[in-house]
Ligand binder design. Sequence first.
Ligand SMILES: Cc1ncc(COP(=O)(O)O)c(C=O)c1O
Length: 353
Amino acid sequence: MPAAPSRMLASDNLAGAHPLVLDAITRANAGHVLAYGNDDFTRRAEAAFNELFDRDVRTLFVYGGTGANVLALASMLQQAECVICTNWSHIHVDETGAPERVLGAKLLDLPCADGKLTPGQVQAAAGARGNPHHAQPGVVSLTQPTELGTLYSPAEVRAICDTAHELGLLVHMDAARIGNATAALGGNRVALRAFTVDAGVDVLSFGGTKAGIVFGEAVVWFDPRRAQRAEYLRKNVTQLHSKMRYISAQYEALLENDLFIDLGRSANAAARALYDATRHHASLGLTSPPAVNSLFPTLRDPAKSRLQEWSFFWDWDAAAHQVRWMTAWDVTASDVAAFAAGVDAVLVDAPKF
Ligand SMILES: Cc1ncc(COP(=O)(O)O)c(C=O)c1O
């Protein structure tokens, strides 16, 4: 086997933090400041979010992505309501039941082929309201980009938001990879607003951990009136960090000069390069370029295990023999070339399917 790439393609969660973020943490480390967000770093980071969305939004910082989703949903749900989401959604599959446990609310996970909900599904689910034996749909939760590496266009988000709002539902967006989505959909702040606030999203989980920060996520309410109880809910769902300045300072760095979009662009470009370098293997089934930073090739043993032992990546859908290759912001052209060389070496003598 050739030399393995210096960075694994298992997840964007595996990358280190960006140097500008680490510099910001070092700067935030000076002196004593008030805790729980009563500090200038937090005021500046909040102002940066207002600027990013070109309006006064309410932004609260939390520890992690699951916590961001739980806080967002806690502020949106009424008692006996449920959340409409897909059967692939992170809140349904990968949060160890945290939303159900903490919120005491049901998740109504709807089937989808591509990670996306449709307005028709929202309409049908909400149309079944009124039965006192069923949890009542109150919130629609979209993931952008989706868990399957697809994207909602701004028009698709708008269509879902319009349908939801007509039916009296609110819309949450889990945007753990918001830099990747923004880079793919236009690469600037106008593009970001087009698929979030301008499309009608009510509350946004704005990811940072996969985009070059050490830890911390942000929740953004586009109508601050909806966030009136959010500050209390944050502590109530265990997401209030006392030394808040360390999260806020990271977000200041991430938003400055749109660093998060640049890092999303780099990760997306690496995934595209990986696609170009491996798609000639028909058995991988890579028939269209990635929309963002993940590829879902088909690989069978022994080739799959040989490659995973050489440079680890996760299985995705075992029944479909699908694995996931995911690029982070720091994956370089030489990482991609090295990984592709390993794929070539393994597939050269693999059986053809
Ligand atoms: C779509 C999505 N939402 C949220 C998260 C945040 O999860 P965590 O709580 O592990 O930070 C992730 C992380 O993988 C994710 O992929």
